[in-house]
Design a protein around this ligand. Structure first.
Ligand code: HDD
Length: 706
């Protein structure tokens, strides 16, 4: 051992492939070399030793004089910033938007001026209620916030994966979020709405009933961000160079189609991989399988707005796609992960008020309130009005104004004039023609009032329309979701109040939930603000199952592999999945892998107790006959198979695994058409083709909803 009083005394040690230096206390040092830069303090001073603090003697007190220690701990102490008050948990990525056609006749907005024009983009997906460290698979709305760095400034389209909202007026937002988040006295439950406060508020806020249908549907448990739609929610305006305005509702349509998980799966994914959605987006982009969405627009004019059954300023209503078709005008591609999560995903600041010439707001009272909230919240979160200078927020087009100073100012303004008009011939000037000017809109009712319009009063017609637009399986999921959530509500009167509202939506749904809750009698329907509910036609566009992928592309096959597995079957499966554009992940009893019957060692991505079948869209079980007995004693293997069956997944198995399936409860009598025996390598293609359907839904009828 080197001397204990000479800090420079070190000996060289090699640990496998790493050569380091060991100091007197056994601590390991890495010294800068030709390829690695010198470690410095934040002020740039090179650091000689980053392993020990400055002391009086080897065992003496630490000195305040240690500037490196103080610099390091000072910075660490201030690493956290306030998390977003909502949408705290999220995942961002870079990409671009590309226009399919010129929309210059409809809007001056820069991204739409010519076919093929590309605009740089940053997107952040999120959950709403949970804190930053909560699970991705919470039953919740997903945020879908898009920043387009246009040549005329940043345009932020901050939407959700659901086209309506809980409330009609921004003044109710703090109440909604207080009620949804953890209860204030106890600090739980986290990232879920299954508690008294949320349902108390909802049962006293009938305008939320349409949104409730959406969040109690499979939309609230998406398979991944890549498989969900996005919506701008509000009615916006597009304005062309002649000042003509057209109303628009924005949609994002996933190229891969829509897909969700089932609730029991969501619960288990939350335990197995709370970062499931983050990881999915990261892995897809890193592997070159870039997620894509098409931007859709529903365009309509004043006369349509006048004639439509609902108020287009009411964010609790949709315009069905069957009524105003969605015109697909371009595509959004995410092709680059962030370099640094904090610098980009955490510091990105979306603001609804960031629009560009060619786009304008409407009087939607929810949107008007948002236009204050987003700017205000960024100041709190990022600490300075100069948050616009953070690289992820900085416009890519030239930016000049006379704003100055403030915390963390980065720009070094030059010149004497910091105001205008000025006589110095310095600084930026107005651009009356190309610049943004609000559309002159004549207000029809100039009386100042604090009031909710009567045209917002129908709370149930579209809620019913959503319910009847779902397939029977999806309707079962909705009834189960409502039953689950309300079963967590302690106060019986809140449960009854909710059933009273559901009666106004759809009797069948209300009865299923009442039965699920064990209600002894059906209550009277809640008194409706607008007593006559319209029996609107079903809108097939609202169902996920009816708009599924039609391909196994972008999805994942989990192969449970053990020693002695049939190499020909394994190779055929991986080839067929690859040809379809799907991923294959091997799960084996040991992470080192499994040896096939031809002697090939296949490394595993997951060990069986770390890779449950909930992480996969479909599964295959390929094991050698000799392994069946020991695997049948492993609960994680039995769960892998049993859960795949319960979650209505397609499951393929090699004949040798027959007994293992039976041990997991999937005996011969239960093997429906979704359970495929791979008797020859040629069956692999058929199996992958079968997986194009989302799940084997007929199983829904034979086993209890999950
Ligand atoms: Fe909001 C964040 C979406 C209503 C106030 N909102 C936020 C994010 C999304 C949405 C996706 C996360 C942005 C990001 O990734 O950084 N919000 C919506 C949608 C709404 C909506 C689609 C209704 C149509 N929001 C809404 C209202 C208010 C807010 C009515 C306030 C009156 N929202 C905020 C906020 C947040 C936010 C407090 C928190 C963090 C942030 O803004 O940047 O300002």
């Amino acid at each position: 051992m080197p001397s204990t009083t000479d800090p420079q005394a070190r000996e060289t040690v090699t640990i496998h492939d790493q050569t380091l230096e060991r100091g007197p206390g056994g601590e390991l040092h890495q010294t800068a070399g030709a390829d690695t830069p010198a470690l410095t303090t934040s002020h740039g001073m090179p650091v000689a030793d980053d392993q020990s603090s400055l002391k009086i003697g080897p065992r003496g007190p630490t000195l305040l004089e240690d500037v490196h220690l103080r610099d390091k701990i000072f910075h660490f102490d201030h690493e956290r910033i306030p998390e977003r008050v909502v949408h705290a948990r999220g995942m961002g990525a870079h990409g671009f938007f590309e226009a399919y056609e010129s929309l210059a006749d409809i809007t001056m907005a820069d991204p739409f001026q010519e076919a093929g024009r590309r605009t740089e983009a940053f997107v952040r997906f999120s959950t709403v209620a949970g804190n930053k460290g909560s699970s991705d698979l919470a039953r919740d709305v997903r945020g879908f916030a898009v920043k387009l760095y246009t040549r005329a400034g940043n345009w932020d389209l901050i939407g959700n994966n659901i086209p309506v909202f809980f409330i009609q007026d921004a003044i109710k937002f703090p109440d909604l979020i207080h009620a949804a988040k953890q209860e204030p006295d106890r600090g739980f439950p986290q990232a879920q709405t299954a508690h008294d406060n949320f349902w108390d508020f909802i049962s006293l806020t009938p305008e939320s009933l349409h949104m409730i249908m959406w969040i109690m549907s499979d939309r609230a448990i998406p398979r991944s961000f890549r498989f969900m739609e996005g919506f701008g929610v509000h009615t916006f305006r597009l304005v062309n160079a002649d000042g003509k305005s057209t109303f628009v509702k924005f949609h994002w349509k996933p190229k891969l189609g829509m897909q969700s998980v089932v609730w029991n799966e969501a619960l288990k994914i939350s335990g197995a991989d709370p970062d499931f959605h983050r990881r999915d987006l990261w892995d897809a982009i890193q592997s070159g399988d870039f997620p894509e969405w098409e931007l859709g627009m529903q365009l309509f004019d004043e006369s349509f707005a006048e004639a439509f059954d609902f108020d287009v300023l009411d964010a609790t209503k949709i315009i069905p796609e069957e009524v105003v078709p969605v015109r697909r005008v371009g595509r959004l591609v995410l092709d680059r992960v962030v370099d640094n999560f904090f610098a980009e995903t955490e510091q990105v600041a979306f603001c609804t008020q960031n629009i560009v010439p060619g786009i304008d707001f409407t009087n939607d009272p929810l949107l008007q309130g948002r236009n204050f909230s987003y700017l205000d919240t960024q100041l709190k979160r990022l600490g300075s009005p100069n948050f616009t200078e953070i690289p992820v927020n900085r416009p890519r087009c030239p930016m000049h104004n006379f704003q100055q100073d403030g915390h963390m100012r980065m720009a070094v303004n030059k010149g004497r004039a910091n105001y205008q008009p000025n006589s110095w011939g310095e600084g930026p000037r107005e651009t009356p023609k190309a610049g943004f000017s609000s559309l002159p809109v004549a207000e029809t009712e100039p009386t100042r009032l604090r009031i909710r319009p009567e045209s917002f009063a129908d709370h149930y017609s579209q809620a019913r329309q959503f319910f009847i637009s779902q397939t029977p399986e999806e309707q079962i999921h909705m009834a189960s979701a409502l039953t689950f959530e309300l079963s967590k509500v302690e106060r019986a009167d809140i449960r009854v109040r909710m059933v009273a509202h559901l009666l106004n939506v759809h009797e069948d749904l209300a009865e299923r939930v009442a039965k699920g809750l064990g209600l002894k009698s059906i209550p009277d329907p809640a008194p409706a603000a607008k007593p006559t509910r319209m029996d609107l036609q079903a809108s097939p566009a609202l169902s996920i199952i009816l708009n599924g992928p039609g391909s196994f592309k972008g999805r994942k096959l989990g192969v449970l592999l053990a020693d002695g597995a049939d190499a020909a079957l394994f190779n055929a499966l991986t080839r067929a999945a690859g040809a379809e554009g799907a991923m294959v992940e091997v799960v084996a009893p040991e992470i080192g892998g499994a040896t096939l019957d031809d002697g090939t060692l296949v490394p595993a991505k997951q060990k069986t107790d770390g890779g449950p079948s909930v992480l996969y869209d479909a599964v295959a079980v390929l094991v050698g006959a000799d392994m069946v007995k020991s695997l049948a004693r492993d609960p994680s293997v039995l769960d892998f198979i049993g859960d795949a069956f319960a979650h209505r997944k397609f499951l393929a198995y090699a004949p040798a695994a027959d007994g293992l399936l039976a041990a997991a409860g999937v005996d011969k009598a239960k093997r429906d058409d979704g359970i495929v025996a791979l008797s020859a390598a040629a069956d692999a293609d058929d199996f992958i083709a079968t997986c194009r359907k989302l799940r084997f839904w007929p199983r829904e009828q034979s086993i209890k909803p999950v």
